[in-house]
Design a protein around this ligand. Structure first.
Ligand code: CA
Length: 323
């Protein structure tokens, strides 16, 4: 029997790529997608995800997640729209949501959905997170200990040995809700941190974009427009990469093929104050504890991942696959 996957996103351009990858892959059954605030307000990220799933021809239920972090006030997106993802999270292709886009959705319905799915599938369930850890923190708060029952969690979050991408300490997903990251990591679920240490070693180049632009379907045109916007931002902000990193898709890839990443068992935490606020690092309180449940990925077989990612997503974009 195939393992079940839940994808927790904050869509977001690289979330869109992760969703296309998760829809196209055949190794696991994608049973649901949860969406929190992150790359835009939750109403927009939810709408983005629903529209994308529909465009890609998939029949996957989408659940609305958290609107704000567990402790800190929510960000004012009107003042701080994303230069990398656009104000709406989708390269400004959708704009602000309309009431009908979120009809029937309830903020934090994702929390019960994840809890119920763990009860149903237990060790056969794999959770992949590519946004803030807020929903996962709320799952733990609502039902402490429940994550001990899940098969595995793969999270695009943090930077262990690598510098951050918001500042030298802070990676973007960790920085949106450091208290949630601290709570989740210190709970020590069977979780692998897929941080900037490995995601920065993956690449989508301008040549890859040209290939997508040439596919010639509605799906490929839409995804290519997103990636073009993303690559243009990367060219200005991270010119050393020569393209864009495949941050969120790698979390899906690591869940499907753990053999592509090299991990080290670690007790982890997240700094929640001072200059290093948002930094993920070793939990010094547990230096002498040899019972490890979490680990950090520090190396990746980028070539194996990229080959599988592009083949899978290009099949979806050409209309030849879709859950
Ligand atoms: Ca994301």
């Amino acid at each position: 029997m195939k393992k079940k996957m839940i994808l927790s996103v904050d869509t977001g351009i690289d979330d869109a790529l992760a969703i296309a990858y998760a829809i196209g892959q055949q190794e696991m059954e994608l049973i649901g997608i949860t969406v929190s605030y992150g790359m835009s307000i939750v109403e927009n990220t939810y709408r983005n995800t629903k529209k994308l799933v529909e465009l890609l021809g998939a029949q996957v239920p989408v659940y609305m997640g958290s609107a704000v972090p567990i402790v800190r006030p929510g960000r004012d997106y009107k003042l701080a729209g994303s230069k990398i993802h656009g104000q709406d999270g989708m390269a400004n292709q959708f704009g602000d949501y309309e009431p009908e886009d979120v009809a029937g959705a309830v903020v934090e319905e994702s929390v019960d959905y994840i809890i119920d799915s763990i009860h149903t599938y237990g060790k056969d369930l794999v959770l992949v997170t590519t946004g803030p850890m807020t929903d996962l923190a709320r799952v733990i708060t609502k039902e402490p200990g429940i994550l001990d029952q899940i098969g595995a969690v793969y999270s695009m979050v943090g930077a262990l040995a690598a510098p951050g991408n918001v500042n030298p300490y802070k990676e973007a997903n960790a920085g949106m809700d450091p208290e949630a990251v601290k709570l989740v990591l210190e709970t020590e679920p069977p979780l692998t941190v897929i941080g900037l240490d490995v995601t920065r070693k993956t690449l989508m180049s301008f040549a890859d974009l040209k290939r997508w632009q040439a596919i010639g379907t509605g799906r490929s045109d839409f995804l290519a427009k997103l990636v073009e916007y993303y690559l243009d931002a990367y060219r200005v902000m991270h010119p050393y990469l020569k393209g864009c990193a495949l941050h969120d898709p790698l979390a899906v890839g690591a869940a499907l093929h753990p053999e592509w990443i090299t991990t080290i068992p670690m007790h982890l935490t997240c700094v929640t104050e001072g200059e290093a606020d948002g930094r993920t690092c070793e939990n010094l309180e547990k230096c002498d504890d040899t019972d490890y449940h979490t680990c950090g990925a520090l190396f990746v077989d980028s070539a194996a991942f990229e080959e599988n990612f592009f083949e899978t997503v290009e099949n979806v974009l050409a209309g030849q696959a879709g859950a």
